[in-house]
Design a protein around this ligand. Structure first.
Ligand code: GLY
Length: 392
């Protein structure tokens, strides 16, 4: 199996349908090299204090945010990963400059997204080059994040709301827990990881259906902790399976197993993977439709970001399971990476506003970011390519 993987990731004609030999013979290394050039181009367009979100091709407009948007950590995080993968000091320099602005968010207690924002950026910087400066920011971020923990509901509140007594929690929140494990390991204070474990257990209990698909939003009563309702925000319907939500769940429980070695989480991740990989209308290239029950399938849009997150999670999960399952997960990841590396998804240099992946879906119900590049799609795609190279 490892031999199969150690062979270069040849982009197969069967999957990409492309005819050009150069496109067919791309390796993860080739794709990462191209990614560095593309991010050089993107980085040059990004003004200080701005964070790339997406690109509007018709208006030729790069959309950016301020540091408090949930995606602000992905751009510096991707720059750091590309420097790690390819040695691109100019990208690292840009990342550190961006993070000098981003660090103010360590005190932000109005969002649950501090894991995304601070761990993908400062967490990566700390892993590559441990420094007190990064550690202080990460510890303060973890402190800010746990202010949102609610003892009655036994989980971390996602969004603030005007509905009195209500406390919404979204499946995406599983992605913010990695920061808390880091904080406990670093400080020796188990409070952080205990909150992460409690949150993950509550989410298993209340977010999942019998087939291991997940609801996007569970609303709790913030006094009694009872579930008030289950619904969607970014999916097709309250009862549907929003594609990126399934990917966040898979990634989140894989991290939970890595950090605790509790088999409950491994089992949860395997069940979610099974839902994703065996879903009846899952396309052959494993890039899911934006919702597993999107209206109009097979003519619905796909979400490249959900594909990228899934590929990265499957590669990690493949390291925790038996040989047969491991082979299956790695083959699935290879299929996704192959599709995302093909011209159908991977942008030609100097196009797509400087982003790597085309065809992401932010929020269909909000008519926002539809069939566009997304900063997090790029982050998890680069991570998946690097993980794939490593399993060789
Ligand atoms: N956390 C928001 C999203 O995945 O779109």
């Amino acid at each position: 199996m490892i031999k199969t993987l150690s062979a270069t990731l040849m982009l197969t004609l069967a999957i990409t349908g492309c005819k050009n030999r150069d496109e067919v013979n791309k390796t993860p290394e080739d794709v990462l090299k191209a990614a560095v050039k593309q991010y050089d181009y993107l980085a040059k367009q990004v003004e200080p204090g701005a964070y790339p979100k997406t690109y509007h091709a018709t208006k030729k407009r790069l959309e950016t945010s301020k540091s408090d948007w949930w995606c602000s950590g992905f751009f510096p995080g991707t720059l750091l990963l590309l420097d790690e993968a390819q040695g691109a000091p100019q990208l690292k320099e840009k990342a550190l400059a961006v993070m000098d602005d981003l660090k103010r968010e360590q005190y932000n207690t109005s969002t649950h997204d501090l894991g995304f924002m601070m761990y993908c950026s400062f967490g990566t910087a700390e892993r590559l080059n441990p420094k007190k400066e990064y550690e202080d920011v990460l510890m303060q971020s973890a402190k800010s994040l746990i202010t949102r923990y609610n003892k009655a509901a036994k989980c971390i509140q996602s969004w603030d709301t005007n509905n009195a007594g209500e406390m919404p929690v979204i499946i995406d929140n599983m992605m913010n827990l990695e920061l808390l494990f880091w904080a406990s390991k670093f400080s020796g204070d188990s409070t952080y990881k205990n909150i992460a474990i409690t949150h993950a257990n509550t989410t298993i209990k209340n977010h999942f259906r019998p087939d291991y698909s997940s609801y996007h939003v569970v609303v709790y009563n913030n006094k009694t902790g009872e579930v008030v309702k289950r619904k969607t925000a970014q999916g097709a319907a309250d009862n549907s399976s929003w594609a990126r939500g399934q990917a966040w769940g898979l990634y989140g429980y894989t991290v939970m197993y890595r950090e605790t070695k509790d088999s409950t989480y491994l089992s949860q991740a395997n069940h979610i993977a099974n839902y994703i990989l065996t879903y009846a209308t899952m396309p052959q290239n494993l890039i899911p439709y934006w919702d597993y029950q999107a209206p109009g399938i097979p003519n619905a849009l796909h979400d490249s970001s959900a594909g990228a997150i899934t590929a990265s999670a499957l590669i990690e999960l493949s390291g925790y399971v038996d040989k047969a399952l491991s082979t299956k997960y790695l083959e699935a990841a290879k299929t996704i990476i192959t599709a995302l590396s093909s011209p159908q998804y991977f942008a030609e240099q100097g196009t797509n506003g400087g982003f790597l992946l085309k065809h992401g879906v932010g929020s269909m119900p909000d008519k926002s970011e539809i069939d566009v590049p997304l900063t997090y799609g790029d982050y998890y795609f680069v991570e998946a390519l690097m993980r794939y190279k490593k399993v060789k």
